[in-house]
Design a protein around this ligand. Structure first.
Ligand code: SF4
Length: 435
């Protein structure tokens, strides 16, 4: 039997084949299909057009709908999208619809999925959002698809897919306290470019990866799409399995898989992460890499801490560790990814204060769990860049107009770097605040 990578093994199992190889086109079975308020109505439209207005989804327990993008807005079109989701979830009797304005409301889908037990090693998870790749952190094949494919999956539970070749990124050494997973992935994207992994799996390996907690692994996989990656993946270990077993409230059985010894990789690169420096991506592309030390002192107008990339508890612990006892010098917006994270900010303490109190005392503004300004959104969106200002952000994209105004400039950085920059008003190396 030829040796296969983790991605190939998952796809082989889901195509009921003993072996698959890169470039092969296969039919695969899908474990979970996720959609949200931006793409859900389009997906539902494709599904109804092709399967009939009275058609039923292939398996209601496998369709997860998470409104998260344009939630806290008066925009009528955005509100209408959520009405469409609500009507569909009710009509189809979907148990996993996380409705706005109810106890079930979650926030950003990629963080909500694992919190609610919808991610499991060895599975295939598809979503109508390019950052669905985040779930590769749990040892599964996870990727974004368009509304047409999603409408087809909704009706059949299958997808026609080309097996991607795998690139392997090995992180050796210990991560210094001034670096986070965001620095690692920005370094990788800066090295290989925005098209460096086009239609390839990016597998992260090495002791530096397995020393990361599960949220930091999610940050790594979250941004593979910024290098064109089809999926990111990390083999499941004890940290993964402890997390999954704690969250798997639906008690769905799963089979962890691992890359075979001797599997072929299309590319391999080893990083000594103990020697890296804090990294930023300058406007207007995630591969426009600089070390923070090269752009330090650049004047800023705004700082933003949130999103599926930088709005998890680990991100806020890091930001609070720097912002504690300091006042922000620029407008600073803090947005928890999910309602669970929001609760954590109200309960977890550092230096005798909750993390939320640390942010509020520093002068930052707190938003409600959602994507908020990460994707710009309607003009009343919390934190949106409505003018041509310069922002440093923990989000994942900095294309023109991504966070609002087309002439705004966005620097992407780790929560440590964003927090240090918020309290100085200029791009600042977190090493200035970390002993
Ligand atoms: S937080 Fe940003 S990147 Fe993540 S799903 Fe929402 S809009 Fe997309």
């Amino acid at each position: 039997m030829p040796a296969m990578t983790l991605t190939e093994k998952i796809l082989a199992k889901h195509s009921k084949s003993a072996v698959v190889e890169p470039g092969q086109n296969i039919w695969i079975d899908i474990d979970i299909l996720m959609t949200h308020d931006v793409c859900g109505p389009g997906t539902i439209g494709v599904f109804k057009k092709n399967f009939g207005k009275d058609a039923k989804v292939w398996d209601p327990k496998k369709v997860v709908i998470i409104p998260d993008h344009y939630i806290f807005t008066a925009d009528k079109m955005a509100n209408r999208n959520i009405d469409v989701l609500r009507e569909f979830a009710s009509e189809q009797k979907l148990p996993y619809y996380y409705d706005v304005g109810t106890e079930k409301y979650k926030g950003v889908c990629h963080i909500a999925l694992p919190e609610e037990g919808h991610t499991r090693p060895g599975e295939v998870l598809l979503g109508t959002d390019s950052h669905t790749c985040t779930a590769g952190a749990f040892g599964e094949f996870a990727t974004g698809i368009g509304n047409t494919d999603a409408g087809f999956v909704m009706g059949t539970g299958n997808l026609w897919l080309k097996v991607p070749p795998t690139m392997r990124f090995v992180f050796d050494g210990n991560l210094p306290p001034y670096l986070m997973a965001k620095d690692l992935i920005l370094a990788v994207i800066g090295d290989i470019g925005c098209d460096g992994a086009t239609y390839k799996a990016m597998e992260f390996d090495g002791p530096g990866v397995f020393a990361l907690n599960i949220e930091e692994r999610m940050t790594l996989c979250n941004m593979v799409i910024e290098a064109g990656g089809k999926n990111g993946v990390i083999a499941p270990d004890k940290i993964t399995l402890d997390f999954i077993n704690a969250k798997n409230k639906h008690k769905v059985p799963f089979t962890p898989m691992y890359t075979d010894p001797g599997a072929k990789f299309a590319y391999e690169k080893v990083y000594d992460i103990s020697k890296l420096q804090p990294v930023v991506a300058k406007p207007h592309s995630p591969d426009n890499k600089s070390f923070v030390s090269e752009v330090k002192g650049t004047k800023l107008d705004r700082a933003y801490i949130g999103s599926c990339t930088g709005g998890k508890m680990t991100d806020f612990r890091a930001a609070a560790s720097i912002m504690h006892g300091h006042n922000v010098k620029i407008d600073t917006f803090v947005v928890p990814a999910t309602t669970e994270v929001a609760k954590g900010l109200k309960t977890e303490k550092m230096h005798g204060k909750t993390l939320e109190q640390i942010f509020l005392d520093s002068g930052a503004k707190m938003g409600e769990a959602s994507c908020a300004a990460c994707l710009g959104g309607p003009s009343d969106t919390f934190g949106r860049l409505n003018q041509a200002i310069r922002c440093i952000s923990t989000t994942n994209r900095n294309f023109p107009g991504r966070m609002g105004h087309k002439e705004a400039e966005v620097f992407l950085a780790s929560p440590l770097t964003v927090a240090a920059s918020a309290i100085s008003g200029t791009i600042t190396d977190p090493r200035e605040y970390i002993a």
